[in-house]
Structures are given as structure tokens and as C-alpha cells.
Write a protein that binds this ligand. Structure first.
Ligand code: AP5
Ligand code: MG
Length: 202
């Protein structure tokens, strides 16, 4: 099964993909996570990546496509999280024959709440939320915020989302493979809606 999950910043793409990957035996490919991993190495490439992410801009088209394609390797069961993020990126993976695109529909007001309370565990890579998805006891001290989760950068990420990524929704709708899912509600409720939709795809 070849899936894509699309949605505004903070809509829950990562949270949902992590569980889908486990339940349906899919490789979870978050281009954002892969870029942050490269950034941490502090290589020349890492420094370049940082300059885009810190401003809330997309990294160059070819860089994102190369990272995504390399990550799949020969795998036939995967979920792309936050990729493609532009119609050009979507066109460049036509040959992959994606089965379905899950679009997480969440109001901007709600995702801002989600982003401002997000906590990351640098040890396991897991994401929590101060209020909505509290971390297990004993690890609170090591949790960090993402650098692009500041009000100024969030604003820019939304601008980029409306301009570059929203047209991707229409692109896949025209192909007849878009599954719009109501992303409002508790993490468990949202996940259940998606799980049911994915079972039908299989
Ligand atoms: P990326 O890391 O993909 O960021 P994003 O798209 O802005 O999305 P987020 O990861 O912030 O949110 P999410 O939807 O995964 O939500 P999460 O599950 O964490 O990209 C970062 C940057 O990398 C981009 O700005 C760009 O520079 C670059 N980049 C990435 N891909 C690229 C590409 N293809 N091309 C070019 N550049 C690219 O959830 C958020 C919070 O909400 C968490 O705290 C979570 O616990 C909580 N939560 C989740 N679900 C719920 C729920 N139902 N109710 C309440 N809280 C919830
Ligand atoms: Mg994410």
C-alpha cells in the first residue's frame, strides 16, 4: 500500500503516520524528519536545510524529491508524511502509482493550539502535546520544542502551505484518490476515522 498524508502544519500528520505505519506495516517517511536529521549533522547540506526550515520555507524542489525517493528504496508499502508539498513534487512521483491520499482537514485555530503545545523527545523521536497527548512520567525534563514552532515561523509555514501545498489537494482530488478526513477531535478519534478509511483502501 502506497499512501500520502497531507494537511496543514500541526494537523497531526506525524502522529497519525506513526500509528498507521505500525498497524499496517508501512515504512513511515517524513521528509521533514529526514531534513532535521541531516540538519543535526551540521554538514554544508545541513546548514543549507536549516536556512529554509528556520524561516518556514520549503527546501528546493529537487532536494525534497531526491530525499523522498531515496527513502523508499525498493519498498512497496509506505506512507509519505508531508510530501509532496507542491504540485511539481506531486508530478515528479507520478510513476509511484500512489493508492490513496489522506487529507487531514483541521481548522487553523486548532492547529495553532496543537503546535504551541508540541513537545519532542530527542531520544525516541516521539511527539507529544503538553495537554492533548501528555508524555509518560519521568521523561518531561528531556523534552524540547521544535525551532520552527514559534508564532512568526508558524505564520510563514501557513502562508507557504496555502500557496504551495493546498493546490496538491485538488491535484489528487481530480485523480479520484483523495480521502478527506475530519482531523478535529481527540487523537484517538481522528486515528479511528483514518484507520477505517485505510482498511477500505486495502
Ligand atoms: P514538517 O516537519 O513536515 O512540518 P509540518 O508540515 O509543518 O507539520 P508538522 O510536523 O509541524 O505537524 P504534523 O502535521 O506532523 O503534526 P504532529 O503529528 O506533529 O516540515 C518541516 C519543514 O521541513 C517545512 O517547513 C519545510 O521547510 C521542510 N520540508 C518538509 N517537507 C518538505 C517538502 N516535501 N518539500 C520541501 N520542504 C519540506 O502534531 C502536532 C501536535 O499536535 C503534537 O503535539 C501532537 O501531539 C498534537 N496532536 C496530534 N493529533 C492531535 C489531535 N487529534 N488532537 C490534539 N492534538 C493532537
Ligand atoms: Mg510532522
Amino acid at each position: 500500500m502506497k499512501l500520502i498524508i497531507l494537511g496543514p502544519p500541526g494537523s497531526g500528520k506525524g502522529t497519525v503516520s506513526e500509528r498507521l505505519a505500525k498497524d499496517f506495516n508501512l515504512l513511515h517517511i517524513s521528509v521533514g524528519d529526514l531534513l532535521r536529521k541531516e540538519e543535526k549533522k551540521k554538514t554544508e547540506l545541513g546548514k543549507e536545510i536549516k536556512s529554509y526550515i528556520d524561516k518556514g520555507n520549503l527546501v528546493p524542489h529537487q532536494m525534497a524529491v531526491d530525499i523522498a525517493k531515496k527513502a523508499i528504496g525498493k519498498k512497496k508499502n509506505f506512507i509519505f508524511d508531508g510530501f509532496p508539498r507542491s504540485v511539481d513534487q506531486a508530478r515528479s512521483i507520478e510513476e509511484l502509482d500512489i493508492d490513496a491520499v489522506i487529507y487531514l482537514d483541521v481548522q487553523e485555530k486548532e492547529v495553532i493550539k496543537r503546535l504551541s503545545g508540541r513537545l519532542l523527545d530527542p531520544v525516541t523521536g516521539k511527539t507529544y502535546h503538553r495537554q492533548y497527548l501528555p508524555p509518560p512520567k519521568g521523561i518531561e525534563k528531556r523534552l524540547v520544542h521544535r525551532k520552527d514552532d514559534t508564532p512568526k515561523v508558524i505564520k510563514e509555514r501557513f502562508k507557504v502551505y496555502h500557496r504551495e501545498t493546498e493546490p496538491v489537494i485538488m491535484y489528487y482530488q481530480k485523480k479520484g484518490i483523495l480521502k478527506k478526513i475530519d482531523g478535529d477531535g481527540k487523537p484517538e478519534e481522528v486515528y479511528e476515522r483514518i484507520r477505517k478509511a485505510v482498511i477500505k483502501i486495502r
